[in-house]
Every structure is written in structure tokens, then in C-alpha cells.
Write a protein that binds this ligand. Structure first.
Ligand code: DGJ
Length: 729
């Protein structure tokens, strides 16, 4: 595909802006063109009525340029035309053997489904296209919500059984995406495990299928529902990148498939694993949103577009969301050994260094002295809090901080009053073992009584106490996901209904307590996805808070998620993997997200307090740029002995550069760090709070900074530094 010349691009943008119309339809040629300043997307109706994808890529402005959808010729009896066309949302039926978007079984065993166009409706930036099986009243509405500011399209589907017979859905996908036909594409994705989440991978796409998925009941530590595809030559700043993220916190699946005909297809939605969803006559099922976008300036721009979308259109409060406060969390300091006096002592120290939100973690409730008991009994432990939580919260508030509380609502320890009263509430297959992980079982949140119980206790906690923030944790994966009380045919809907009820509780809590903030945590980053983002303000990134490991985890996280959602703590050393890094290094790593402190402040020296106070003040000065600005990943920890990231404020007035040295080789200087995203014609005042900048210049032009770059004195292992640039007008 040819790139548009800059002049043409300008015309494109001005036409799109002038017409202010995003979705165009040509009745004569039966095709749609969705166009935004960043990307275009086109579909057409084929001669038989099947919906075909015609284009996804850089912005187009002329609908007449697009060829109408046509029927391909069969190549052989093994290569029917149905396999050669880029069907937008294929049912499994006829001779179609690539990954279907929808697969069903009728009550009589008939499984053939061929979807054809029926009608469509355009309303501003949304398009709905109705499809129907060629014989039966099995209907699908394809939803397209276009976000013109980023060019990202949000797609999902509603599947409706308008027949008189029940059907069972065995695969319900949100969308199929097609990149232009070709070879040599590369897939980027995020994989990992507990304490090593969001590691970035890049690999060539060949014929066959790669499956990214979770079967764990949550989005999971192992793979994250995000992908990017490039023609093999993109880097952070250059090249075409198609990217997407699936908004679902349960079992999800994204397949990336190259067919023998050089089609590259991405299909995503509910995981087909153990999936069976009956629809009685008149019932429907909605699939999660699958966001897809296109960037012409590499992986960096792809991330920035996603970050913009998340901040403006997905996360709570949109553009008016407050900057993330500096948080203190007691977990690594105390683990379960919580007392009121101990928390007060930590809170007093946290307040001294400028913390704004004090969060008490696990161990405050029921018989919770270790991980064997108490989950499910959400009242303060009477020995630890003889007068309830009120005195501690009052003290925290008097110190000028908000109060946050850890909860793990979906769980029960067998040793809990809740489990003793309701053993039937946990998911189980009768007569089979109930697998405990971390000595806990999972409540079946698909049940409405369980949902009501969880909402009620959380609502009571938030009503009775001045709680600003819940850290909602989930410390195990599903096992034995049985729902014996439900009709047999509906038991497997647990996978979907569980997640919908989880979202519903979060939504209701936020509606009732508008100032309440929530962190999504699952033993670190097991529940980081766009499905829960409308209801949460931060994600707990990883239980691995070791700063050098974090650089990679954060690099991966930042591919898909904006810095303001990335909770990052400074903790004590040696940590997780026995590594020790200087306190300044740990602060500079954590300041690239929503800064938190999780250290045992009782053990800090006066020098530590002095440094921390300075670092917290500095983070407050730059956090708007980090959290709401544009991220440029300059040097990757995967490929360099120096990692560098730059954040540029949206108004261009402030930029911040962070650099970290790993293991240096004797006498090897750190490389020059070339900045991006500046105005070449502007002058920038450079501040180096730790005096590690070489050269002595206090003002430099954007051109110099981007072409020659900055030299930092990063001589020792785990040296770290920061430069703050202010545009001088
Ligand atoms: C797992 C979380 O990721 C930790 O931060 C901490 O909250 C523990 N659970 C508490 O049990």
C-alpha cells in the first residue's frame, strides 16, 4: 500500500474536518468508508449479500477510489471463493474454514450459518450493520463506534435468536480485522507470568494461526488482550502498525491467522474454550468491545493513540479525571501483621514525605492473620481495630491524606464464617474436589445472590467509612467452574455472567459513591484490560516491585496502557530477586506511572526521608506530563544497557526524560539520548535535578535535542537520572 504524500494528507485531514462526517455510505456501490485524520476503514456488500472488508489503513478521502466488493473465483474445489474473500464477520457455514466470528448449533443439530447483509444505520460516529442467516431469523448487529480523535474503531456484536427454536452459541467473537494482504508481517504481543507480566514479544507471522488467550477466568498474567501487527519494518518512530485491544476481563481469545492466500486476519472475543451459551427464542448475547487502530509512525504512535483513547473515552471521568495521587501501601511493610498503632505510625511518616492517599492492605478483617483464614468476613478484626476503622481513617484524614482499603471480594477461605454459612456459594462440581489456591475458593459471582452480597458489603464499607479508594484484589485463577444450581444448558454461561456481574458491582458502587476510586489488582497484573477500565482508576502492574525488572514490565504495559493507570511503587531492597538498586533509581522508575511507596518507612534513614521528600515533590511537578502527556520510548531495556523514556506534555510546555543504566562495561559512556516529539524551532530550558547532565548547557533547541541529543553521566550500575525541559517561548 502506498503512503499518502504529506500534501495529500493535509487535504485529507482538511476534507475530513470540513465535512465533519466520519462514516460515508455509497448506495450506488454498496460500500462504507469510515475516515478519520489517522486512519480509514472500508467495507462493501458482495454480490450474494455477504459483508466484505475492503480496506484498513492510512486515511483515504475519496470513496470512489475503492473497488466495490466482488465475488472472487474459486481457485479449485479445495480453495472456494468464500475462503478468498475478507468476510467482515463470517458465520461458520458453507465452505468456510478459517476462524469464524460466530458458530452456533440449532436445537435440531443444524450448525450451518451464513450471514448476509440486511440493513444498516448511521448515527454520527456510530454505524450499525444488521446481518441475518440466509434462511433463519438468527441476526447479528455489528456495532462500529468511531473515535475520530484517534482513528480507533470500537467494534462489538449483538447476536439475537429471533427464531422460535433455542440455539446454542459455541463461538461468539466481537470482530474480525484484516490487514492488507501480504507476507512478512510481524506480531507484537504481551506475555508473562505472575511477577513478570507484560513482557513484549515480536515474531514473524507465517501461515497458520497464533492463539493469544486466557482460560483462567480473568484476563490473566500470561497473555494480555492486546496485539500489534507491522509489515516487519516498523520501529518506535516509523512504519505502519495495526493494533487492537479486547475489552474483557474473563476468558478471552485473539487469533492471528495467515491464510494460504496471504490474508492476515485477527479475530477476537469470548474464548471458545468451554464456551456454550444458549439463546432461547428472543434472547441475545452481546460480545465485548474490540478496539482497533492504525498508526503511520510506528509502535510509539500506536501506543499514544491507545493512551489517548483510554484517557478520553474509556476510563472514569475522561479528560476531567484527577491526576493520580501519590499513594502509600502498607503491604510490603507489614504483610498480615496489621495493627491500628502500626498503621498510624506508617501514616505519619508517609504524610511527612508528601503522600496523598494511604492504603491499608490485606490483614485488617475477620480472622486474617495469614492467608489461611478470614476471606469473606469483611468486618474489622476486633483485636486489631477494637473501635472499627473510624479512628485510623480519622487520623489518616487529619494528616491530610485520603484513605484506601484492600479487599478481595470474590473469595472465601474455607476457614471463614462466610464459607461455613454458604458452602454452596463457591463455584464447584458436586462431589468433586474444590481446588484451593492460596488456601482460598472462588465465589460464583455469576449467581445473583453472590453479586448482591458483594455489592452490599462493599457499599456498607464505603457508606460507613470515609473510604476514597478500594484496592480490589483477586489472588487465584478459576478451577472447577461448576454452577450446579443453574439449568444444565446454562451452566457454562458462568464464564461470561461472572464477569458481567463483576462489572455491574463496580458500576453500581461508582454510581452510588461518585468520589470512590478503585484499583484493579489480581496478584499484580492479572486483571489489566480495557474491559474493567471504565470502572477503575489504576491497575496494579505487578507484585514484582524490583525496579530493574519493572523497566521491562513497564515497557510492555506502556504498549497498551497509559502511565496514569500504571500503579508503581518504591519498595525496599533487596527485593523480589535479591537485587539492590539505589533509592533514587527506584523512585525514577516508579515516577513513570502513578507513584506509590510500598516500603517499610519504619526502617528508613533520615537520608532516605530527605531524598524521598524531594522525589515526591519532583513527581508532583512532572506528573501531569507523565500521566497525561505523550510517551516516547527512546531506548528499550530489552536491547540496550541504557533505558530511556520521554514524556511530552500535550501543550508542549514541559518534557521529562528518564534514563537508567543497567550493567556498564568499564569506561563505556552511555549513548547520547535523542529526544522526540519536540518543536525543532523552539528553545528548551534544561534542568537536571541530580546534576547528571553533561555539557553544561541550560538551553537547547528542539532541533539539537532531537538530532544530537543529551549526554548523561551514567557511569555506574543502576545509575538513573531525570531531565526536565521547559519550553522557552
Ligand atoms: C496480592 C497483591 O498484588 C499484593 O499487592 C497484596 O495486596 C497481596 N495480594 C495481599 O494479599
Amino acid at each position: 500500500m502506498r503512503r499518502l504524500a504529506p500534501a495529500l494528507l493535509l487535504i485529507t485531514i482538511s476534507i475530513a474536518a470540513a465535512s465533519a462526517q466520519t462514516i460515508h455510505y455509497s448506495d450506488a456501490r454498496k460500500l462504507w468508508l469510515i475516515t478519520t485524520p489517522h486512519s480509514s476503514y472500508a467495507m462493501g456488500i458482495g454480490p450474494q449479500g455477504e459483508l466484505q472488508n475492503l480496506y484498513w489503513g492510512g486515511p483515504l478521502w475519496r470513496i470512489e477510489d475503492l473497488p466495490a466488493a466482488r465475488e472472487q473465483k474459486d481457485i479449485s474445489s479445495f480453495d472456494p471463493h468464500q475462503m478468498l474473500e475478507n468476510e467482515e464477520y463470517p458465520g461458520w457455514g458453507g465452505p468456510r474454514y478459517y476462524e469464524p466470528a460466530l458458530k452456533i448449533t440449532r436445537a435440531d443439530g443444524d450448525r450451518d450459518l451464513v450471514l448476509h447483509y440486511v440493513s444498516h444505520h448511521i448515527d454520527g460516529d456510530t454505524l450499525e450493520i444488521d446481518l441475518k442467516d440466509i434462511r433463519d431469523d438468527i441476526r447479528v448487529t455489528l456495532h462500529y463506534r468511531v473515535h475520530p480523535d484517534t482513528g480507533i474503531i470500537e467494534r462489538w456484536s449483538t447476536i439475537r435468536n429471533a427464531t422460535q427454536q433455542p440455539i446454542t452459541i459455541v463461538s461468539a467473537q466481537s470482530a474480525t480485522w484484516h490487514v492488507p494482504h501480504g507476507d512478512g508481517y510481524r506480531l507484537s504481543y504481551l506475555s508473562g507470568r505472575w511477577a513478570a507480566e507484560t513482557q513484549l514479544n515480536r515474531e514473524e507471522i507465517h501461515e497458520g494461526m497464533k492463539v493469544l488467550e486466557s482460560r483462567l477466568g480473568e484476563s490473566g498474567h500470561n497473555l494480555n488482550p492486546w496485539f500489534a501487527i507491522d509489515p516487519g519494518d516498523a520501529d518506535e518512530a516509523h512504519g505502519r502498525v495495526w493494533f487492537g485491544a479486547l475489552a474483557w476481563s474473563g476468558n478471552w481469545r485473539i487469533t492471528v491467522e495467515q491464510t494460504p492466500y496471504r490474508q492476515v486476519r485477527i479475530t477476537g472475543g469470548y474464548n471458545t474454550f468451554d464456551f456454550s451459551y444458549p439463546l432461547a427464542p428472543g434472547e441475545s448475547l452481546e460480545t465485548p468491545a474490540f478496539y482497533g487502530g492504525f498508526a503511520d509512525h510506528g509502535f510509539g504512535q500506536a501506543s499514544r493513540l491507545l493512551h489517548d483513547l483510554e484517557r478520553a473515552h474509556i476510563a472514569p471521568h475522561g479528560a476531567s479525571a484527577r491526576l493520580r495521587p501519590v499513594l502509600y501501601n502498607s503491604w510490603e511493610a507489614t504483610t498480615f501483621h496489621i495493627t491500628e498503632a502500626g498503621q498510624v505510625a506508617l501514616a505519619e511518616k508517609a504524610a511527612r514525605i508528601g503522600v496523598e492517599l494511604f492504603v491499608m492492605d490485606d490483614g485488617w478483617f475477620g480472622a486474617r492473620n495469614d492467608d489461611h483464614a478470614g476471606l469473606g468476613d469483611w468486618t474489622p478484626n476486633p483485636q486489631k481495630f477494637p473501635h472499627g476503622l473510624a479512628p485510623l481513617i480519622a487520623k489518616v484524614n487529619a494528616l491530610g491524606m485520603d484513605f484506601g482499603l484492600w479487599v478481595e471480594p470474590e473469595m472465601a477461605n474455607p476457614d471463614s464464617n462466610l464459607y461455613r454459612a454458604h458452602p454452596d456459594w463457591v463455584m464447584n462440581f458436586p462431589g468433586r474436589p474444590r481446588s484451593e489456591l492460596r488456601n482460598q475458593l472462588i465465589l460464583n459471582l455469576a449467581r445473583d445472590d453472590v453479586k448482591q452480597y458483594i455489592f452490599t458489603f462493599l457499599d456498607k464499607l464505603a457508606t460507613d467509612n470515609n473510604i476514597r479508594y478500594f484496592k480490589w484484589d483477586m489472588n487465584r485463577v478459576f478451577a472447577e467452574p461448576g454452577w450446579p444450581e443453574a439449568p444444565l444448558a446454562e451452566q457454562q454461561t458462568l464464564w461470561v455472567k461472572y464477569v458481567r456481574n463483576y462489572y455491574d458491582i463496580l458500576r453500581r458502587l461508582r454510581d452510588k459513591h461518585p468520589d470512590l476510586e478503585i484499583e484493579s489488582c489480581s496478584g499484580g497484573g492479572g486483571r489489566v484490560d480495557l474491559g474493567v477500565l471504565p470502572y477503575v482508576d489504576e491497575f496494579w502492574t505487578s507484585d514484582n516491585t524490583e525496579a530493574f525488572d519493572r523497566l521491562r514490565i513497564q515497557e510492555g504495559f506502556s504498549q497498551a496502557y497509559a502511565a496514569r493507570f500504571m500503579s508503581a511503587w518504591v519498595t525496599d531492597v533487596p527485593n523480589t530477586n535479591h537485587r539492590s538498586t539505589p533509592l533514587a533509581y527506584r523512585f525514577l522508575v516508579a515516577m513513570q506511572g502513578a507513584l506509590g511507596i510500598g516500603a517499610n518507612l519504619n526502617k528508613w534513614s533520615s537520608d532516605d526521608f530527605a531524598l524521598a521528600t524531594k522525589m515526591v515533590a519532583l513527581s508532583k511537578r512532572i506528573r501531569a506530563t507523565v500521566q497525561d502527556g505523550d510517551l516516547y520510548r527512546l531506548l528499550s531495556p530489552r536491547t540496550n544497557d541504557v533505558t530511556a523514556n520521554e514524556y511530552v506534555a500535550k501543550d508542549g510546555k514541559q518534557s521529562v526524560v528518564f534514563a537508567f543504566r543497567h550493567a556498564q562495561q568499564y569506561n563505556t559512556p552511555a549513548p547520547a539520548i535523542l529526544l522526540r516529539g519536540l518543536d525543532p524551532h523552539a528553545l528548551y530550558r534544561i534542568e537536571s535535578p541530580d546534576n547528571q547532565l553533561l555539557g553544561g548547557a541550560t538551553q537547547l533547541s528542539g532541533a539539537y535535542l532531537m538530532s544530537r541529543g543529551l549526554d548523561f553521566q551514567l557511569e555506574d550500575d543502576y545509575d538513573a537520572t531525570i531531565a526536565v525541559l521547559t519550553r522557552v517561548d
